[in-house]
Design a protein around this ligand. Structure first.
Ligand code: DAU
Length: 364
């Protein structure tokens, strides 16, 4: 019998597109509906019956990821951490994990990706059909930002055949992007060893898969049915937050004083609402305080946050942040940990900022 399939989650890399949040925190730990993105990948693997998961970490953010995900027992899996010294590419990450993976087949999941519906069906299909690789694809409006696949029709096959894969082409031939979930047999290690770094200086998994295609190996394409999000950029992060919040079933374990909740809203234990309205879908984290506040749809308010005399909508607030006394409504925003935004009491009434590197502020 073939050895059990393993899991490999990539949580290294730099996270340049979500700075300044990712100056101090790993991008895979930014929460979507108050849960780190990374946890969705671990849970998807656990639900597909994968018990052994390796997580690639970078030296800079690895400790934070270790302490968040632990030994995996909270998810019913065993986690092994694999340090990748530099973000030299996804295929480099696979090679770094070779001692952990051995000759097992594995699912590789990019730690900042979210895939609706999980991977159980795909893992079952891979184990039944045993191709050399299975890749997930989805049409996107901006294929130049992704790995892009060209397929060819095959008589009698619904899926077709992979002809070419190109990483971030300037003139994409199709709109089919490679989703950050892949299934491989151990043959991918030799493919990763055979390729050379790309123009951006990385060993691309896209090139390693192309190497398999060129060698006549079976690379099965699978177009995903549900939604998929790479949360690397702010707009995608907010969109992922919206999509996940839409699936939550409302419940209230907090305290409501002269307050209303409309639609699907999760209020976690110890949260307190006074003279406030929350219109779901939304989540209010434990210990958060809402006072004379309005929280609108698609908002995730982290643990211990405070919103007072303010309106917030379509936003993500990380642990310990506050928004106090705003005239207008804050919208489509991502606040890091312990951020304070408040109306000045003292004269002169002016804008006063203390803002970290690479922050972005838009005012009325
Ligand atoms: O999101 C899907 C796209 O992911 C695919 O369409 C592309 O073909 C694929 O190359 C990849 O592109 P990105 O440029 O978005 O990958 P990114 O650098 O954001 O890295 C993805 C994840 O892998 C992220 O969680 C960081 C981690 N990583 C990245 C590198 C380069 C590592 O763990 N080690 C690395 O060396």
């Amino acid at each position: 019998m073939a050895p059990a399939m393993k899991g490999l989650i990539l949580s290294g890399g730099r996270g340049t597109r979500l700075r300044p949040i990712t100056h101090t925190s790993a991008k895979q730990l930014v929460p979507v509906a108050n849960k780190p993105v990374l946890f969705y990948g671990i849970e998807a693997m656990a639900a597909a019956g994968i018990g052994e998961i390796g997580i690639i970490i970078a030296p800079e953010t690895g400790d934070e990821i270790r302490s968040a995900a632990g030994d995996g027992s909270a998810f019913g899996v065993r986690i092994t951490y694999v340090v990748q010294d530099e973000p030299a590419g996804l295929a480099h990450a696979v090679l770094t994990a070779e001692p952990f993976l051995g000759d097992s087949s594995f699912v590789m999941y990019l730690g900042d990706n979210l895939l609706q519906g999980g991977i159980a069906e795909l893992v079952a299909a891979f184990e039944a059909e045993r191709p050399d690789a299975l890749i997930l694809l989805t049409p996107v409006p901006d294929p130049q930002n992704y790995g892009v696949a060209e397929l060819e029709a095959v008589a009698g096959s619904e899926r077709g055949r992979v002809v070419r894969l190109v990483e971030k082409p300037s003139a994409p031939k199709t709109d089919l992007a490679l989703v950050g979930v892949y299934m491989f047999t151990a043959g991918i290690h030799d493919a990763a060893r055979a390729i050379v770094p790309s123009a951006r200086g990385e060993l691309e998994i896209t090139d390693a898969i192309q190497f398999l295609v060129d060698g006549g190996r079976r690379v099965e394409p699978y177009v995903v049915k549900g939604w998929w999000k790479d949360t690397g950029r702010l707009a995608d992060m907010l969109e992922a937050n919206r999509l996940v919040l839409e699936t939550l079933v409302g419940r209230s374990e907090g305290e409501l004083v002269d307050s209303q909740v409309e639609g699907s809203v999760v209020i976690e234990p110890g949260a307190r609402l006074e003279r406030s309205t929350v219109r779901g879908p939304a989540i209010i984290g434990s210990g958060a305080r809402l006072i004379d506040a309005y929280v609108g749809p698609y908002t995730a308010v982290g643990e211990g946050c405070r919103i007072e005399r303010a309106e917030v909508e379509h936003s993500i607030l990380l642990v310990g942040s506050s928004v106090i006394g705003l005239d207008g409504r804050m919208e489509s925003s991502l606040l890091g940990r312990n951020v304070v935004i408040r109306r000045a009491d003292a004269q002169p009434r002016a804008f006063r900022f203390m803002v970290g590197d690479n922050s972005e502020i838009e005012i009325l």
